[in-house]
Design a protein around this ligand. Sequence first.
Ligand SMILES: CCCCCCCCCC(=O)SCCNC(=O)CCNC(=O)[C@H](O)C(C)(C)COP(=O)(O)OP(=O)(O)OC[C@H]1O[C@@H](n2cnc3c(N)ncnc32)[C@H](O)[C@@H]1OP(=O)(O)O
Length: 439
Amino acid sequence: MRRAALRLCALSKGLLTPGRGLTQGPPNPSKQGIFHIHEVRDKLREIVGASTNWRDHVKAMEERKLLHSFLAESQKGLPPRRMKDSYVEVLLPLGSEPELREKYLTVQNTVRFGRILEDLDSLGVLICYMHTKIHSAKMSPLSIVTALVDKIDMCRKSLSPEQDIKFSGHVSWVGKTSMEVKMRMFQLHGDEFFPVLDATFVMVARDCENKGPAFVNPLIPESPEEEELFRQGELNKGRRIAFSSTSLLKMAPSAEERNTIHEMFLNTLDPKTISFRSRVLPSNAVWMENSKLKSLEICHPQERNIFNRIFGGFLMRKAYELAWATACSFGGSRPFVVAVDDIMFQKPVEVGSLLFLSSQVCFTQNNYIQVRVHSEVASLQNKEHTTTNVFHFTFMSEKEVPLVFPRTYGESMLYLDGQRHFNSMSAPVTLEKDCLVEP
Ligand SMILES: CCCCCCCCCC(=O)SCCNC(=O)CCNC(=O)[C@H](O)C(C)(C)COP(=O)(O)OP(=O)(O)OC[C@H]1O[C@@H](n2cnc3c(N)ncnc32)[C@H](O)[C@@H]1OP(=O)(O)O
């Protein structure tokens, strides 16, 4: 079995120079050269004409209906764009503006990763609006939503709440209505920005009312490097389809996986009885059902996105923080996140919903803890629960953690799914103590 570990950012492998896009194009389309983190959401509101006041949200959505005529009837009708057209840089000046720090601070004097997830989500959407910008219109007719966090890899640098952070990113691949966005994060050490994180998101364009699909501009790679990125985007799409078609919700586990589960089952049979029903935990192991934590959020208007649904970044922060607490209580020491993958946004969450989050450890190995968070919503009127997201987080604990044992068939599938996510991480790299990234 492959040992999963921190993945080096593409950037630290020399694919990208800090502060410059892969395209080596102009740093970004704003006059200032770089957006301040506060400008990102303001800019998004301006682009879609979103209300800044909940009282006006219905009126704002009514006005958006008028933008229907700007929607393209086919992708061919839209001008192609280059990667540098969507390239954006954003500064989170934690060092130079100490008043910003409070929001990002953990009690351990590190940066809250949940806040970073929110910033990445907003930035990803802004990047897509840059790609699809209509120069003749002030507002965009598109509603761009986060469909998938394909992966986020942490690099080796620690995140200090006292040093400036910089994000950059651009569209790296497009389909008909979807766009893959690659983003990077750097932190200032001395007078240089060093890579700390690589992220790949998939965003989907919808019409002005977020009711049906909408075409996005084609993307033209301009250099061999960009062609490679585009090709990678194509491969990523194929990989996602393959991963989903072999999902344990659709197909039986492989022979090797079935063996794993049966071995685990045999390891839990009580040798003193001849029974399939008396189960005993091996030493240094925990039943999966005892690794759960749950939470409930009331989705207030304050957490809405530009389309009056609940902001994806908020959902990720809440899920991440619950996952972190789950890993912490399971492992008995402060864990740090090493990877996030395959967060699928299946259904929008309406303002006013009750959001139920259930988190559980589904796989462990050495110091690694794989946590799955399932989120579902119900309205106060309708008690029926609907799944909106499934989140997968990989943490590393400072010390070796117990094994987790499934008791039921359903839990065995969770275990195998966790193992698949864990094994989908890239080659291991040495972990350094300064990698801590906490909630
Ligand atoms: C106030 C300040 C705040 C500012 C923040 C702004 C940030 C706003 C961003 C958000 O917060 S969005 C909120 C979180 N996201 C959601 O609520 C999305 C919920 N999910 C959905 O609405 C639908 O599942 C979704 C629109 C994503 C897809 O709907 P469908 O499944 O009907 O889509 P369809 O099958 O028609 O596929 C459309 C495209 O999406 C692609 N797609 C769909 N699901 C995907 C997936 N999971 N992964 C990758 N691609 C996916 C699909 O391949 C296809 O691509 P192409 O047209 O290019 O071929």
